[in-house]
Design a protein around this ligand. Structure first.
Ligand code: BGC
Length: 356
């Protein structure tokens, strides 16, 4: 019944897309991408991204919408949660009212995973958690139509921590105040976001595993945003400029903000070098590695994320369960209802590996 309704909706949307020249706005405030591929869409997916303005999310979103537009099996309608839990909840409810078949959730309501699954079950909608922490085994057991597509956060923390450890061991002058400790600033993403918690913890663990003593000069939440990081680092530098040996940023945008602040305070170029590490390998992040300001990043591939989510839905549409073979996307590991996306460490030695 729902499928039949979706077919009708998809057909109506396809007509309106022709009239509007390929784009349309959804009731949930986002955009839709549909059937320009071989046939008519057989299902609709409502996608809640946490923030359209986030660089990484913008890339993943484009990829997913392009995949839907090229293939046409599944119509994708998306909405912006504006980094706000209440907006996310209202977007989810709008999608259920619209009768979607799939809900793709870049979840920011970490305290409500069980409730979110319960609601999807009541609605009979397949729920795909994307770029967020995984439900627990108990939560998966609540409903057989729950899936999870995300990168393996632990890897990214380890990659950047190990790069920092290598630099520290090869550069005695990196201990700027000579206290024998690696004094760092930690730039965190959104409060409680899984990636930020795991990246920060694992980067420090890698330093500890390498036998390096560390000291936190300041840990600060910058919401994955470049401007916030720039402001925070600028003010930390005013107070503790001589005590900072490194900046660990939980994404490239924040690393780039830190680099701007460091440049303004006289570092880099003719000035002293301070290692800054980030995560994502965004285009600007990779440029910073090439220019010699950022030491290392970990490629978090948004194209793989967008394509994996779309491929998963097409596989499920065929009545199959995901396997390594039928998902068939490089850089992913399929395990049960999980598609894990692997990170790749990027330094000045292999910037070409960051291309996507
Ligand atoms: C990315 C960040 C992004 C965040 C948003 C992370 O996986 O690395 O750049 O801001 O997801 O959810």
């Amino acid at each position: 019944m729902k499928k039949a309704l979706s077919l009708l909706v998809a057909f109506a949307m396809a007509l309106s897309l022709v009239a509007c020249g390929g784009s349309d706005s959804s009731a949930a405030g986002g955009s839709s991408a549909a059937a320009s591929g071989s046939g008519e869409a057989t299902a609709t997916a409502g996608v809640c991204w946490y923030n359209f303005g986030d660089t990484f999310i913008a890339n993943a979103r484009n990829t997913l919408n392009e995949a839907a537009a090229a293939d046409g099996t599944i119509k994708v309608v998306d909405a912006d949660s504006l980094n706000d839990v209440a907006t996310q909840t209202s977007n989810i409810n709008n999608f259920y009212t619209q009768g979607v078949d799939y809900l793709v959730l870049n979840n920011i309501n970490n305290n409500a995973i069980a409730e979110i699954i319960e609601q999807a079950k009541e609605e009979g909608v397949t729920l795909i958690f994307a770029n967020t922490n995984s439900p627990t085994d108990e939560e998966f057991a609540m409903y057989d139509k729950v899936y999870h597509v995300s990168s393996v956060a632990e890897q990214s923390g380890t990659i950047i921590g190990e790069a920092l450890a290598k630099y520290w061991n090869e550069h005695p002058e990196a201990d700027r105040n000579g206290n024998g400790k690696l004094d760092y600033i930690m730039l965190l993403g959104i409060q409680g976001h899984y990636d930020t918690e795991v990246r920060s913890a694992n980067s420090l663990k890698a330093l500890e595993d390498a036998g390096i003593e560390t000291e936190c000069v300041q840990e600060t939440i910058c919401n994955y945003q470049r401007a916030e990081a720039q402001n925070q680092v600028a003010s930390i530098l005013q107070a503790r400029k001589d005590d900072i040996d490194a900046v660990i940023a939980c994404n490239d945008d924040m690393a780039l903000g830190a680099i701007e602040a460091l440049k303004a305070a006289g570092f880099f170029g003719e000035g002293e070098y301070i290692p800054v590490v980030g995560v994502d390998a965004t285009a600007n992040g990779v440029e910073a590695i090439k220019e010699g300001t950022m030491l290392c990043t970990a490629l978090n591939n948004p194209v793989t994320l967008g394509n994996s989510v779309y491929k998963l839905m097409t596989v499920l549409e065929k009545g199959e369960e995901p396997t390594q073979e039928n998902i068939g996307i490089d850089g992913t590991t399929v395990e049960g209802h999980h598609i894990y996306i692997n990170y790749v460490g990027i330094t000045a030695d292999n910037t070409e590996d960051a291309a996507y």
